[in-house]
Design a protein around this ligand. Structure first.
Ligand code: TXD
Length: 316
């Protein structure tokens, strides 16, 4: 990546999360955005609309929509949201197989057209799809990173702020583990301007907010009836793109490849990482309690099961 040119951000999948991520990236003026989808016309239409919002939103980002992978050529960052959400009647394994085929197809094109990119994976099941993306692109593991922890921690931050009537900006937290029921929110690392929440909220209230965070995605699905959350997921993916573009090295919870950290090897799992121009610049290791460590191992077990299922489907 050269420093002199504008960044090029590819968004693969122009559905709810992909198009909204493109919108946030454009609003932040991170660079120019290419919005790809297999549906004809749709990414072109959304891209034109987003570009026309630029002059009003004071952004110089050009957004191009396409059905042709050649247009993402040379992208510095690629956000991958291509895939299906789970629909009623669809088994977890069925979703795994369908999205694995889609992610494999995307990976092949990233190898060809964006071989130097940092890839931010959003497609579910997140930790398994991020692993698959790394394997199929053959990119170094630090250049493939999954989005989940920023979203999960943002949900907890919002719930704590709403409960206390304080600014969400003052609330900080950390969520580890896989994206889903086995996530590991860490109330011990949750504070309001440095004040531990244990001093501000009862144990019962903290447990209730943690539980609401764990089920945060489901709560929104139940309200929307069709589709799933996309504003906060898209904001999270765009936040990661920003950290990469600006070479921030800010510590954020992301799904990162583990090669011995936390006693875990050869899988992706949510951990705090320093995110910069090269992707995951560093995995930060926390000292966990016995309970936290057991929860993380359980979370890792779920991800391993998914990886094994991909192997038995011969996708991996
Ligand atoms: O925290 C997280 N990681 C997540 C994950 C939070 C929110 C959503 N999460 C997952 O992202 C969700 O379970 C899905 O697997 C993806 C995308 O969710 P989104 O809500 O954006 O789904 P849409 O609106 O159905 O958009 C998916 C788009 C759609 O336009 C399809 O035409 C396109 O993906 N699609 C493809 N694009 C490119 N290439 C292929 N092969 C392809 N197949 C479908």
């Amino acid at each position: 990546m050269s420093d002199s040119k504008r960044f090029k951000i590819g968004c693969i999948g122009a559905g709810n999360v992909g198009a909204t991520a493109a919108q946030y990236c454009a609003e932040m003026d991170l660079g120019d955005v290419v919005l790809f989808d297999i549906v004809e016309g749709m990414p072109q239409g959304k891209a034109l609309d987003l570009t026309q919002a630029g002059p009003i939103r004071n952004s110089g980002s050009l957004v191009k929509g396409t059905n042709n992978y050649a247009d993402i050529d040379g992208s510095d960052i690629v956000i991958v949201t291509a895939g299906l959400p789970r629909k009623p009647g669809m088994s977890r394994l069925d979703l795994l197989e369908k999205n694995a085929r889609i992610v494999s197809d995307v990976a092949e094109n990233l190898r060809k057209y964006a071989p130097q990119s940092v890839v931010i994976v959003v497609t579910n099941p997140l930790d398994v799809m991020t692993y698959l993306m790394m394997k199929k692109t053959g990119f170094p593991p630090e250049r493939v990173v999954g989005m989940a922890g920023i979203l999960d921690s943002a949900r907890l931050r919002a719930f704590v702020a709403m409960e206390l009537g304080v600014s969400m900006k003052n609330v900080d937290t950390m969520v580890l583990g896989s994206h889903g029921d086995e996530m590991v929110p860490l109330p011990e690392y949750t504070n309001v301007s440095g004040i531990p929440i244990s001093q501000l909220l009862s144990k019962e209230r903290i447990a209730a907010l943690v539980e609401r965070t764990r089920k945060g995605g489901g709560e929104i699905v139940a309200l929307l009836k069709t589709g799933s959350a996309y504003y906060a997921p898209a904001a999270s993916a765009a936040r990661m793109a920003e950290a990469v573009c600006k070479d921030e090295k800010q510590v954020l919870p992301c799904a990162a490849y583990l090669s011995g950290q936390y006693g875990l090897k050869d899988l992706y799992l949510g951990v705090p990482v320093a995110l910069g121009r090269n992707g995951v610049e560093r995995v930060v290791e926390l000292k966990l309690t016995v309970e936290q460590s057991a929860a993380l191992q359980k979370s890792a077990g779920e991800v391993r099961k998914g990886i094994e299922e991909l192997k038995s489907m011969k996708v991996l």
